[in-house]
Design a protein around this ligand. Structure first.
Ligand SMILES: *Cc1c(COP(=O)(O)O)cnc(C)c1O
Length: 424
């Protein structure tokens, strides 16, 4: 399709968009009395209007039933989390028994490393991406140190080549083979938070397994954004947060995946709690832990229902739409945003550059723009004019045109505001 950088053309694309009506389902902050153009759904998704009723339901059940709500609430609390298994499994490409919701992301990655990072003097190294999200870096360092290893020796980072913005697949694979028998675990962000690069998870997972390592993925920027097929890809484990593309609200619960092939293995170490115990016998208060077979066997505490309620609203919305429809719009709107950026760049003599891969297989809903010259003031100009982006040092703004609530018209309008901001 040949795009045009005109209001008329953008409005035509909106008319053809089957997800266009979902914009109305979200609550937008306002600047100067107008809904903002929201590009930070990769950081905190907007609030869906339907979410409040899910939370109110729990508040009402708690008021009316108190402790009885565990069993007699509209959606009983004792097995509330089981409502996620079906819709969530479709979002991440898993069997329902392979996914569950609990805790928060970094906590879950720690818990999953208790199971899948069991270093020995011969096999103790972890491969991750250089400049990973800071929380992941701290997590991996502390795990390695906890087991008595030296992080500078045990953590192998994969770097970008000089002058390049993205990591090459061939460099990941050759590093895995080089570390070989010493490699215990590969743990990478499936979509890089800074550049938006999407990794080839299938190929990397296979390469890790070929040298005898476990392979896990941090899917913070992937869940609800890209097509995942965790079961088929044979991924050992994964975890994600729900407040980015999945719109569940600040700091909300995480989801996690543990491949079916590990479910029956009682030799796997894990940190246990009563919510991971055999469901039929959970309230018998027996002394010996008998884990549920499935991701639920990694549950520890009874669940924060008030925090799951918005997440449930979200997975039900995703289920109603389906990832394929979402991805189709995502690719089109991201391509349109890229087009608009390139048009503006020509008009203002290239004062910025897109560092996200151009190839659609290697990117999803995010374009990261490197600003040459005075970046910070441009970012602030955008904020003042109703465009919410985010700023990352040294000079990058990240733009996520989330297909659920961004319109093609937003992309056009953004281009005009950006141009005015650069030329002012
Ligand atoms: C957002 C994000 C996190 C956040 O972790 P929390 O435990 O939810 O605070 C972690 N890792 C990556 C890659 C992220 O993008």
């Amino acid at each position: 399709m040949t795009f045009k950088n005109t209001k008329e053309f953008a409005l035509e694309l909106d008319q053809l968009d089957v997800l266009n009506s979902y914009k109305k389902e979200f609550i937008f902050p306002k600047v100067n009395g107008k809904d903002v153009i929201y590009f930070t759904g990769n950081s905190l998704g907007l609030q869906p209007k339907r979410t409040k009723s899910y939370v109110d339901e729990v508040m009402n059940d708690w008021a009316n039933l108190a402790v009885e709500g565990h069993f007699y609430a509209e959606k009983p609390w004792w097995d509330y989390h089981e409502r996620f298994a079906n819709p969530l499994s479709k979002i991440v490409g898993a069997l329902p028994s392979e996914v569950t919701v609990m805790n928060t992301l970094t906590v879950n990655l720690h818990l999953l490393m208790v199971t899948f990072y069991r270093p020995t003097p011969k096999r103790y190294k972890i491969i991750c991406e250089a400049k990973a999200f800071p929380s992941d870096q701290y997590m991996i360092q502390s795990q390695v140190q906890f087991h008595g290893y030296d992080s500078s020796d045990a953590i192998i980072e994969i770097h970008r080549r000089e002058g390049e913005h993205n990591i090459r697949l061939e460099d990941v694979l050759s590093k895995i083979n080089e570390v070989g028998q010493e490699l215990a675990l590969v743990l990478i962000g499936g979509v890089n938070y800074y550049t938006g690069q999407v990794f080839d998870m299938k190929t990397i997972t296979e390469a890790g397994h070929n040298v005898g390592a476990f392979v896990g993925w941090d899917l913070a920027h992937a869940a609800g954004n890209i097509k995942l097929d965790l079961h088929e890809w044979n991924v050992d484990f994964a975890a994600w947060c729900s407040y980015k593309y999945m719109n569940s609200g600040p700091g909300n619960a995480s989801g996690c995946f543990i491949h079916e092939k590990h479910h029956a293995n009682k030799d796997l170490h894990r940190f246990a709690g009563w919510w991971g115990h055999n469901k039929e016998r959970r309230f018998k208060m027996e002394p010996t832990f008998d884990p549920v077979q499935g991701a639920e066997g990694w549950q520890i505490s009874n669940l924060p229902i008030l925090s799951l309620a918005p997440y449930l609203a979200s997975v039900e919305m995703f289920d109603e739409i389906g990832m394929n429809v979402l991805i189709e719009k995502r690719d089109k709107i991201t391509a349109y945003l890229e087009f608009v950026l390139n048009e503006i760049s020509n008009e203002v003599n290239g004062t910025f550059e897109i560092i996200t891969p151009k190839n659609q297989d290697e990117r999803a809903c995010q374009l990261s723009v490197y600003l040459h010259g005075e970046g910070r003031s441009l970012f602030e100009y955008l904020m003042k004019n109703g465009v919410i982006t985010d700023w990352r040092e040294p000079n990058v703004i990240r733009l996520a045109p989330v297909p659920l609530y961004c319109s093609f018209e937003d992309m056009y309008d953004f281009g005009q505001i950006l141009k005015a901001g650069i030329l002012k």
